[in-house]
Design a protein around this ligand. Structure first.
Ligand code: FAD
Length: 260
């Protein structure tokens, strides 16, 4: 690990000011610290977000569930507010990694990192969420831009995720047995105007499965489309054909959970 300066600001404004040069924000460090230790990422200044009050709050505001960027996965999993508003989101958080990962990992770190196999991006996209940042807001549809790429500008801090509370939401994932990352994960949200479906773990970034959305918006018991894309990931863990098949199985499981 190359030497770096550690900044521990106590406000968002101070965190923005501390971010200069080759800097990075530190949430739970679950991705960032291993990347720094292995030399994949060199950082001059590490700006620790853990001392900024309020960034981990979880609350409901009308038809929105607002989860602070620094909310740990374990806190989301255990929150009665989340369980009351979007119980499937609490279950998703409870299925991330293992207890150690859930105690340190944060929702802000997860979506800023945008790992192609992470769970939260699928929920954020299916639930038509709005990402609040130090600079403004991003619609989920515009936020996830590719593998490990988002709409965040340099130095922009995610402060919270506003989830639209749906009529029903479910997430089904086929997990890698060691890491618990998704080999295929499908999030399905039912809103009055239709169903949104987002898929993680299958391609190089999370995506909306529009053919499945059309089928389920017409009829929740519809026969399901096969997943056909030319960017399905194939690696030592699963072939492209297997991942596409798993996506169909996960879609079927999730849609059964959102039926009235
Ligand atoms: C063994 C293991 C198993 C895992 N299994 C799963 C799994 O099953 N499912 C899953 O979804 N994830 C899984 N993860 C990922 C984990 O859940 C974390 O969400 C992820 O590693 C991000 O970690 P973090 O929140 O500690 O962020 P950090 O590592 O601190 O930060 C990650 C990146 O996001 C940036 N960042 C952090 N917070 C903000 C912010 N508020 N604003 C702007 N940028 C920010 C950082 O600068 C950095 O670039 C696993 C991780 C490990 C180590």
């Amino acid at each position: 690990m190359t030497p770096f300066t550690l900044a521990r600001p106590a406000s968002l404004e101070a965190a923005r000011r501390a971010f200069s040069g080759d800097a990075a924000f530190l949430a739970g460090g679950h991705t960032l610290i291993p990347a720094m230790k292995s030399g994949l990422r060199a950082v001059d200044t590490l700006v620790d977000l853990t001392r900024i009050p309020g960034l981990d709050s979880i609350r409901r505001d009308g038809d929105r569930l607002i989860v602070g960027a620094m909310a740990r996965h374990a806190a989301v999993a255990a929150s009665p507010v989340v369980a009351g508003a979007i119980p499937g989101l609490a279950r998703l958080a409870a299925g991330i990694g293992d207890p150690q990962v859930r105690r340190r990992g944060t929702i802000g770190g997860s979506i800023a990192n945008n790992d192609p196999a992470a769970d939260y991006p699928a929920a954020v996209l299916a639930l038509d969420a709005v990402i609040e940042t130090s600079e403004g807001t991003h619609a989920a549809d515009d936020f996830f831009q590719g593998m490990f790429a988002t709409a965040l500008a340099d130095g922009e801090i995610i402060t919270a995720v506003q989830f639209r509370i749906p009529e029903a939401f479910a997430y089904a994932k086929f997990r890698h047995p060691a890491s618990r990352y998704a080999l295929a994960g499908v999030a399905v949200a039912r809103f009055p105007e239709g169903v949104r479906v987002a898929v993680t773990g299958v391609a190089y970034a999370v995506f909306r499965w529009t053919e499945a959305e059309a089928a389920l918006s017409a009829d929740l018991a519809a026969s399901l489309p096969a997943l056909e894309r030319d960017d399905i990931n194939s690696d030592i863990h699963a072939s492209a054909d297997y991942r596409a098949h798993l996506a169909g199985v996960m879609l079927d499981r999730a849609r059964k959970e959102i039926q009235p």
